[in-house]
Design a protein around this ligand. Structure first.
Ligand code: NAG
Ligand code: NAG
Length: 382
């Protein structure tokens, strides 16, 4: 009798567990009827910010993520620079400042979802848009197309990276809700649909059928013509000050239904070497953000913290115009991770839509005067 009652309890609790996992699985999808995302079956809108782990030393990751969370964000967006992780062909580095999995764990621990942009091309004002320079050892390679040499390198890299990302997908218990394919491909001259189709199949084969895959392009019909592809949810990017309705109308051209998404809402702007530091007014950033949130749109702020181009990782535009070491971007968190007026203005806008988390915001770091530094080496002796 005692034995069988134990068995009954066991069977009962097993049934209960099964029932719980069957009725509340973790899901993330698009609701085309109600023009929104669905998270675990309920309408969901993200308010996100870009942070590039490759531009911030690992010891500061948690501090920056926590500041983003305390601003009221529920998600972050990050790029994965291929050349940062495969510096030489077949030689991978995912340790120290390149420990992507640790970064994703930290984001999840802090309470942030993740919008992942693994490229293979990322732009990002990063060296060669994240493509490894060693690809150019093949003299005739045509980057970002169906070129056989390019595709075989991409297949190999994604065969390494995407299986590593799969456990981090939301439906698998991780923080990643959506994954971007390529980057503003509609701005590239090639317009190779077979390349985008190949990437779509590649991402699907590694990540499974459930994850939301998307593209991002400039908010103009001309960009979406070559950037959007059936099976990839088309989103747009645009900065403050313009007409938000007109910009989203471009997205509606490619996606008549589904959530409105601005994947790169520019909080500031990039710098070019030798030019003045870009500055974008806090007032117009706050105003446009408010307009988009009032429409129910999903917004990722690019950048929420810019950080630093260490080493020679800075990119360049053409005709040749390199980015400087700083990627401050006039973002709401400064290059040093400090709180700014823009940070608090954005937080005040978000507060009108979402409940802000309670607790203290990590403070800006103290600064010290180190005095003057003598450089006694003449330039020609270096
Ligand atoms: C991997 O990257 C880390 C962080 O940049 C660096 O400290 C380390 O030396 C690299 N490892 C190798 C084997 O190059
Ligand atoms: C934005 O453009 C639409 C037409 O697309 C127009 O009706 C609206 O008045 C404009 N809004 C502003 C603030 O200029």
């Amino acid at each position: 009798m005692a034995f069988s009652s134990v068995r009954i309890v066991l069977v009962y609790s097993l049934a209960l567990t099964t029932q719980i996992t069957c009725t509340s699985p973790r899901t993330f999808s698009i609701d085309y009827q109600n023009d929104c995302f669905l998270k675990d079956g309920a309408p969901f809108r993200y308010i996100s910010g870009s942070i590039h782990y490759s531009r911030i030393p690992q010891i500061y990751w948690k501090d920056r993520l926590l500041k983003m969370y305390m601003a009221g964000l529920n998600a972050i967006q990050t790029y994965i620079p291929w050349n940062y992780h495969e510096p030489a062909s077949n030689r991978y580095n995912f340790s120290g400042d390149r420990d992507l999995e640790h970064f994703l764990h930290l984001a999840q621990d802090v309470g942030l979802l993740v919008i992942l942009r693994p490229g293979p091309y990322i732009c990002a004002e990063w060296d060669m848009g994240g493509l490894p320079a060693w690809l150019l050892n093949k003299k005739d390679i045509v980057l970002r197309t169906s070129d056989a040499d390019y595709i075989s390198a991409v297949d190999k890299w994604m065969g390494k990276l995407l299986p590593m990302m799969k456990p981090f997908l939301y439906q698998n218990g991780g923080p990643i809700i959506t994954v971007q394919v390529e980057n503003e491909y509609g701005s590239y001259f090639a317009c190779d649909y077979n390349y985008l189709r190949h990437l779509t199949q590649l991402f699907r084969s590694h990540l499974g059928p459930d994850v939301v895959l998307f593209t991002t392009d400039g908010a103009g019909v001309g960009y979406l013509a070559c950037g959007a592809l059936q099976g990839l949810y088309a989103t747009v990017d645009f900065g403050p000050g313009g007409n938000v309705s007109t910009s989203f109308a471009a997205q509606r051209y490619a996606e008549p239904h589904g959530p409105l998404v601005n994947s790169e809402f520019y909080t500031g702007w990039l710098d070019h070497w030798g030019e003045h530091h870009s500055v974008v007014s806090t007032a117009i950033v706050a105003k446009s953000l408010n307009q988009m949130l009032a429409m129910g749109a999903n917004v990722n702020m690019y950048m929420f913290i810019g950080g630093t181009n260490f080493g020679y990782w800075n990119g360049a535009n053409s005709p040749y115009a390199p980015q400087p070491t700083s990627y401050d971007y006039d973002a709401p968190l400064s290059e040093a991770g400090d709180l700014t007026d823009k940070y608090f203005a954005i937080r005040d806008v978000i507060k009108m839509y979402n409940k802000l988390p309670e607790g203290p915001i990590p403070p800006s770091t103290p600064k010290y005067a180190y005095g003057s530094v003598e450089n006694d080496q003449a330039p020609d002796s270096v």
